[in-house]
Design a protein around this ligand. Structure first.
Ligand SMILES: N[C@@H](CCC(=O)N[C@@H](CS)C(=O)NCC(=O)O)C(=O)O
Length: 216
């Protein structure tokens, strides 16, 4: 029996971070597509979001909680630095991702440019995108400062922060806003390429997640 089930939807950056973490760990898992806002979904997630992790009878929602749980129960390779200060920096970056990159930037620009057109046939609203750009610039500028010249955000090894951030930042890679947000930060572009070349990221693209969910 498959050990871990990820209830999510292909294309969710939060869901992708969970899938990529399971891939990094070489874990046995499957992705099941959630029928959003159905009673079955609400029973798993009272706030009607994805992803949800299931391991036998144990179920967990909130991506950061899921990622840290996976890193505890699947300790190899470690995705949290051993040094407390480095681990705290990782935690800070993960919160930056949730509160500043996703809220008001990713969930606006990503929805307008990618999710809305692809899933709902919507036309991007340029005014809505333009209004989200200043916050987006502030976040990308700060991420570039945090990354500096390192290969990864915290030290020389990939951490949960890289996997969460890459799943979100990748949404911007092929849209016109990449240039104004990240064009001035070659370190961010090089980091994203480095992350996207990892087997864990290659295995969890929207297309690959679609195929996984269909096979489940
Ligand atoms: N805090 C949640 C956020 C998850 C989240 O917002 N997921 C999005 C997909 S990327 C979602 O479920 N959206 C559905 C909705 O907003 O109705 C987590 O970390 O898991």
């Amino acid at each position: 029996m498959t050990e871990f089930i990820v209830h999510s939807v292909p294309g969710s950056p939060f869901g992708r971070a969970v899938l990529a973490t399971l891939e990094e760990k070489g874990a046995d898992y499957e992705l099941r597509r959630v029928a959003m806002r159905t009673p079955g979904h609400l029973e798993m997630h009272p706030f009607a979001r994805v992803p949800i992790l299931q391991q036998g009878e144990f179920r967990l929602y909130e991506t950061q909680a899921i990622l840290r749980y996976l890193d505890r129960v699947l300790p190899t390779p470690p995705l949290t630095p051993a040094d407390p200060k480095a681990a705290a920096r990782m935690d800070q970056l993960m919160n930056v991702c949730d509160w500043y990159l996703f809220q008001g930037v990713g969930n606006v620009i990503g929805f307008q440019r990618v999710v809305g057109p692809k899933l709902l046939g919507l036309t991007p609203d340029d005014a809505v995108i333009a209004a989200a750009l200043p916050k987006g610039r502030a976040v990308f500028d700060q991420l570039a400062r945090d990354l500096g010249e390192g290969p990864y955000f915290v030290g020389d090894q990939v951490t949960l922060a890289d996997l969460l951030l890459a799943s979100h930042v990748d949404f911007f890679r092929a849209i016109p806003e990449w240039e104004p947000l990240a064009g001035g930060h070659p370190n961010l572009g090089a980091w994203l390429e480095r992350m996207n070349a990892r087997p864990s990221m290659l295995a969890t693209t929207w297309e690959r997640a679609d195929a996984m969910a269909q096979a489940a």
